[in-house]
Design a protein around this ligand. Structure first.
Ligand SMILES: O=P(O)(O)OC[C@H]1O[C@H](OP(=O)(O)OP(=O)(O)O)[C@H](O)[C@@H]1O
Ligand SMILES: O=c1cc[nH]c(=O)[nH]1
Ligand SMILES: [Mg+2]
Length: 209
């Protein structure tokens, strides 16, 4: 069963409070996005399957748990999704990384694709699509459709802030994926920005405001 989970861990909520502040500068913003992504990875990977394997400690033989089956790939939606990758790699260092380049046309709010490079074996991996912001849902829905067109089945989506409108769209267009959200906000404004939100995540991460 697909899972939709809004984070409730105090460390995650505290850090989200800091990135919302308009006076938080790029350096701190970028560091916190990475830390939040790292902490959210704990929740988002809870369903990964384990198997028992026999090993030898320096003392004796014993059984330990190891991750079973599919390997992981992280797929950030450029640019802002890049800010989440290093934090996630701290938790899953062997993950492969795919990149999907999309920007949202400021007038139409429609996603415009400009890049796609995925691991060759992505159809056999557990895929984590990441983007700090889920606003109308256009970008994340398009990215997930691109992956499905390449035969990827096990898709999880992780974002730090979501608008209800984007969550509804994603649930409708991709009812089969897990969705992990740091904070679920009130609404979108007339320009398609999340309220209260945190502004433009990509610009704040890369200092291009
Ligand atoms: O849910 P949506 O309405 O599609 O909006 C969300 C998208 O908008 C932002 O990207 P942006 O277009 O600002 O590109 P950037 O990451 O290069 O800044 C954000 O990082 C998402 O990708
Ligand atoms: O509030 C928003 C909406 C889309 N993209 C952002 O970076 N922020
Ligand atoms: Mg942006």
């Amino acid at each position: 069963m697909p899972e939709i989970k809004v984070m409730d861990h105090p460390l995650i909520l505290h850090k989200i409070g800091i990135i919302r502040k308009k006076e938080t500068g790029s350096k701190e913003f970028r560091e916190l996005i990475g830390e939040i992504a790292m902490l959210m990875t704990f929740e988002a990977t809870r369903k990964l399957e384990l198997e028992d394997v026999e090993i030898e400690t320096p003392i004796t033989k014993t059984k330990v748990k190891q991750l079973k089956g599919k390997k992981v790939a992280i797929v950030p939606i450029l640019r802002a999704g890049l800010g989440m990758v290093d934090g996630m790699l701290t938790m899953i260092p062997a993950a492969k990384i795919g990149h999907i380049g999309l920007y949202r046309d400021p007038k139409t709010l429609e996603p415009v694709e400009y890049y796609c490079k995925l691991p060759e074996d992505c159809a056999n991996r557990e895929i984590y699509v990441v983007d700090p912001m889920l606003a109308t849902g256009g970008s994340s829905s398009a990215a997930i459709s691109m992956l499905k067109n390449k035969g990827v089945k096990n898709i999880h989506f992780m974002c730090i802030i979501a608008a209800p409108e984007g969550l509804e769209r994603l649930k409708k267009e991709h009812p089969d994926i897990d969705i992990y959200i740091g904070g679920l906000d009130e609404k979108l404004n007339e320009n398609g920005y999340i309220v209260p939100g945190l502004g433009d995540a990509g610009d704040r991460i890369f200092g291009t405001l």
